[in-house]
Design a protein around this ligand. Structure first.
Ligand code: SAH
Length: 390
């Protein structure tokens, strides 16, 4: 196997079991094509095996710090990830079965919706391993396996940015009905966001559903996730779902009917949240519960300050619209925005809003999205559930 030799001192990160090797860390490489390579330190010590991706900034992704990653080894790793979820492919549940680097399978995401699996392959390694992944998932009981390759990061790996592709099994229906903590959802694996849904917020949706009361404003609602949970709570009188995507809201109305939510209890508004919150402020509106679950504001560390301004803006507006005693559930899914920094931004917003807020709970991505302790980038989602003091 060809060798990649690291610069002196650049072995430390690999010894700490971080899986990414950037081009600047490499002294010499015998490989110039996408293939498995052996990674060694400047003095020839073997550090692990990784996949070489010549066109990417992340030049090598470590696949194994121990044994050589043969086909059998990779199959065992896929099975380890899938079996740890204890997922029943014949159930109506939805789960992430493989969480990329955090499951030692760089760039490989597999989400299951009532037995139908959708892959997202964002590294050369994952793309190269596709056939084995499909085979292993079908043997594990998947009803079907499809792929969504409409993710921009694929371009950075020199991979084609495409769309939906059905790969194996029986073709998934146009919408897949799933159930999450007693709430039903309709998932469009062809055109829905990501692989169809934001599975990572499952635990947070449940928590917020329990805290919610009175008039609820669900900002960046997508198909209404947090709002459908809230509507099941008897203490909630009304849910207003706001998103910029008309298609997501249309699906949200179907999901509302599916859950037999009374017509008067939920409304949908197609709007830009930044403008919508300002309009609410100008009209003197107020709410008892507000959810802020925006898209990623920072793609990288260089965008953190700009992202912080965006988070502060919406949090400040929401804090002012919230009645005393009300609940604010606020989230960030940018991994560059650390939990400490997010706390700081939210506390600055509270200061500007001239109000006190208490932390009732902190949320993380759901436990089917485990985070490797050696890979801080894996911890991207964080949330605060706050109560506004009187
Ligand atoms: N809370 C959702 C997931 C939200 S994802 C759930 O639990 O399923 C973020 C959403 O923000 C997407 O649906 C996207 O369409 C929407 N969005 C992005 N920018 C927006 C903006 N400026 N105003 C309103 N919605 C926006």
């Amino acid at each position: 196997m060809k060798k990649v030799v690291l610069q002196k001192g650049r072995e430390h990160s690999v010894l700490r079991r971080h899986p990414w090797i950037f081009s600047g860390a490499i002294k010499t490489s015998e490989s110039s094509k996408p293939e498995m390579v052996e990674v060694v330190s400047f003095n020839g010590e073997r550090l692990g095996f990784g996949f070489n991706s010549p066109s990417s900034q992340i030049r090598v992704r470590i696949v194994s710090f121990k044994a050589e990653p043969t086909r059998d080894y990779l199959k065992a790793k896929i099975l380890e990830a899938v079996s740890s979820r204890k997922y029943d492919f014949s159930s109506s549940q939805a789960r992430r079965l493989i969480n990329a680097e955090n499951d030692d399978l760089p760039g490989l995401v597999a989400d299951a919706y009532a037995g139908h699996v959708v892959l997202q392959l964002t590294s050369k390694f994952a793309a190269d391993t596709q056939a084995l992944i499909v085979e292993t998932l079908m043997e594990s009981g998947a009803k079907s396996v499809s792929e969504r390759s409409d993710v921009e990061v694929r371009a950075k790996e020199g991979l084609e940015v495409g769309g939906f592709a059905f790969l194996a099994g029986s073709e998934p229906p146009e919408t897949i009905e799933i159930e999450e903590s007693g709430v039903k959802f309709l998932i469009d694996v062809r055109k829905g966001h990501k692989t169809g849904y934001y599975l990572d917020q499952r635990a947070a949706r449940k928590a917020v559903g329990e805290y919610a009361f009175g008039k609820v404003l669900n900002c960046f609602s997508y198909t209404g996730g947090f709002g459908h949970y809230a509507a099941k709570n008897a203490a909630v009188t009304h849910v207003l779902q706001v998103d910029v995507s008309a298609e997501a809201l249309k699906r949200g109305r179907e999901i509302m009917a599916l859950n037999a939510c009374p017509e008067e209890k939920m409304t949908f508004e197609e709007a830009d949240v930044f403008k919508f919150l300002r309009a609410c402020r100008d009209q003197g509106k107020s709410f008892d519960t507000i959810v802020l679950d925006p898209p990623k504001f920072a793609e990288s560390k260089s965008q953190v300050m700009k992202a912080a301004r965006g988070y502060k803006d919406i949090n400040l507006l929401a804090m002012k619209l919230l009645k005393p005693g009300g609940i604010l559930a606020t989230f960030s899914c940018s991994s560059a925005m650390t939990s400490d920094l997010f706390d700081k931004v939210v506390s600055e917003a509270a200061a500007d809003a001239k109000a006190s807020f208490r932390i009732l709970a902190r949320t993380l991505q759901a436990d089917d999205h485990p985070v490797s302790i050696s890979f801080p980038e894996g911890q991207y989602l964080k949330g605060l559930i706050l109560r506004k003091a009187l």
